[in-house]
Design a binder for this molecule. Structure first.
Ligand SMILES: *[C@@H]1O[C@H](CO)[C@@H](O)[C@H](O)[C@H]1NC(C)=O
Ligand SMILES: *[C@@H]1O[C@H](CO)[C@@H](O)[C@H](O)[C@H]1NC(C)=O
Ligand SMILES: *[C@@H]1O[C@H](CO)[C@@H](O)[C@H](O)[C@H]1NC(C)=O
Length: 170
C-alpha cells in the first residue's frame, strides 16, 4: 500500500489503533490525541414489525478504540436526526455521535456513521460503513421479530467523508 507524505504526516499525529480502511483527507486537521474511527461492533440487531406494519430497529453499538458504547433504536415515534431533508433517513443513537440508516431497498443493510474526533470541539468528518445482515425471523401474535445471525458482528469503517450540513453532533 502506498502512503503519500501528507498521509504519513497526519497518521503520525493521529492515534491509529488499527490500519484504516479509508484514506485520510489531505485537508483534515486532527488533534494529536484523536483516535480515528477504525472498527465497530454491532450486536443484538433486530427488526420488529408489528401487526400494523410499524417497524422498530434496534441494536447495540461499540467502538472500543474511541470509547463509544451506546444503544441505537428507531421506533415508529422516532424523529430523524436532522432538519436537513437530505439526512431524513438518519437516526441518532443514544450517543448522538453515532447515527444510522437502515434500509431494505437499494443497497440494503445498516449504515453506521460515527463522527470523527468529536472531542476536539467540532467534527468536520465522519466515518461510515455498511453492514448487511442475515436475518432470522420468528412470528408472534403481535408481530414478527427478525434478528441477526450471528448476534455479534465486527466491521471496519470503509469511508471518511465531510460531515454534511445539518448533522447534529458536528
Ligand atoms: C403490511 O404489509 C403487508 C405486505 O406489504 C401487506 O400485505 C399488509 O396488508 C400490511 N398490513 C397492514 C395492516 O397494513
Ligand atoms: C451471511 O451468511 C453468509 C453465508 O453463511 C456469510 O458468508 C456471511 O458472512 C453472512 N453475513 C453476515 C453479515 O453475517
Ligand atoms: C426481538 O429479538 C431480540 C433478540 O432476541 C430481543 O432483544 C428483542 O427484545 C425482541 N423484540 C421484541 C419486540 O420482541
Amino acid at each position: 500500500m502506498l502512503f503519500s507524505a501528507a498521509l504519513v504526516g497526519l497518521m503520525a499525529s493521529a492515534v491509529a489503533s488499527t490500519p484504516l480502511k479509508y484514506k485520510m483527507p489531505a485537508n483534515m486537521k486532527v488533534a494529536a490525541d484523536c483516535v480515528m474511527p477504525a472498527e465497530y461492533s454491532i450486536s443484538s440487531f433486530s427488526v420488529y414489525t408489528d401487526n400494523t406494519n410499524q417497524t422498530t430497529v434496534s441494536f447495540a453499538y461499540v467502538d472500543s478504540a474511541t470509547g463509544i458504547n451506546t444503544r441505537c433504536e428507531r421506533d415508529p415515534a422516532s424523529k430523524p436526526h436532522s432538519t436537513n431533508p437530505g439526512l431524513a433517513s438518519r437516526y441518532a443513537c443514544d450517543d448522538a455521535n453515532v447515527e444510522f440508516i437502515y434500509q431494505t431497498t437499494g443497497v440494503a443493510g445498516l449504515t453506521v456513521i460515527e463522527a470523527a474526533c468529536p472531542s476536539s470541539g467540532s467534527s468536520a468528518f465522519e466515518a461510515s460503513g455498511l453492514v448487511p445482515f442475515n436475518l432470522t425471523c420468528s412470528s408472534a401474535p403481535t408481530g414478527q421479530n427478525c434478528t441477526s445471525s450471528p448476534v455479534d458482528i465486527s466491521r471496519e469503517f470503509t469511508s471518511l467523508q465531510p460531515r454534511p450540513a445539518g448533522a447534529v453532533a458536528q
